[in-house]
Design a protein around this ligand. Structure first.
Ligand SMILES: [Fe+2]
Ligand SMILES: [Fe+2]
Length: 179
C-alpha cells in the first residue's frame, strides 16, 4: 500500500461523487441527498485522516516540492483549505436539497475541494513520494485507509488552527478550534 496513492484514490472518489450529483434531476432530492451525504462524509473523514496521519509525517520528512518551499508551507495551506472545505460543506447543508441555492453552495464546495486537491497533489504528495521511505508510505497508507473505512458516516467536522497545528507537530487535539 502507499498513502500517496490512497489519498489520490479518495480524491478520485470525491471528484466522481461531485460529477454524479451534477447529473441528477434536481427534483430527485432523495438521490441527491443520499449522494451528498456520502460525499460529505468522505470529505470530512478524508481531511481528518490526512490531519492525523499524513501531515504530521510530512512535517518531519518533507523538504518542499514544486511551488511549495517547505513542508510547513504545504501543511499550513492544507489545514487552511480543509477548514474552508468544512465550512463550504456546512453551507450546502443550510439549503433545501436540490434548490438553486443548494447547487450553488455545492459548486462552491466543489471549487474549494478541487483547488485544494490540485495543490495537495502537486505539493505534499510529491514531497512525500520523494522523501518518505516505502515502508513509511505503506504503514501510513494502512492507517489512513483504516480510519476512512472506520468512519463511513464521516466524523464531526472540527476546524484546526494552522499555526497551532504546525507548532504541535500535527496534533489535531491541540489545534482544534473550539467554536
Ligand atoms: Fe486530500
Ligand atoms: Fe487534504
Amino acid at each position: 500500500m502507499d498513502v500517496t496513492q490512497i489519498i489520490l484514490d479518495d480524491h478520485r472518489d470525491q471528484r466522481r461523487l461531485f460529477a454524479m450529483i451534477e447529473q441528477i434531476d434536481p427534483a430527485d432530492t432523495t438521490s441527491l441527498a443520499a449522494l451528498w451525504r456520502r460525499l460529505s462524509a468522505l470529505l470530512d473523514a478524508h481531511a481528518e485522516a490526512e490531519e492525523r496521519f499524513f501531515y504530521p509525517a510530512l512535517l518531519k520528512v518533507g523538504r518542499g516540492a514544486n511551488d511549495a518551499p517547505s513542508p510547513q508551507e504545504e501543511t499550513e495551506d492544507a489545514i487552511e483549505d480543509h477548514n474552508e472545505i468544512r465550512d463550504a460543506a456546512a453551507e450546502v447543508d443550510k439549503h433545501e436539497v436540490g434548490s438553486d441555492a443548494w447547487f450553488e453552495a455545492l459548486g462552491r464546495a466543489n471549487k474549494a475541494n478541487g483547488d485544494h486537491m490540485a495543490e495537495e497533489e502537486r505539493q505534499g504528495l510529491t514531497d512525500f513520494r520523494r522523501h518518505a521511505s516505502l515502508e513509511q508510505r505503506h504503514s501510513l497508507g494502512v492507517r489512513l485507509a483504516a480510519f476512512v473505512a472506520d468512519h463511513l458516516h464521516g466524523v464531526r467536522p472540527v476546524n484546526k488552527d494552522p499555526e497551532r497545528y504546525i507548532e504541535s507537530g500535527g496534533d489535531v487535539a491541540a489545534a482544534a478550534e473550539t467554536s
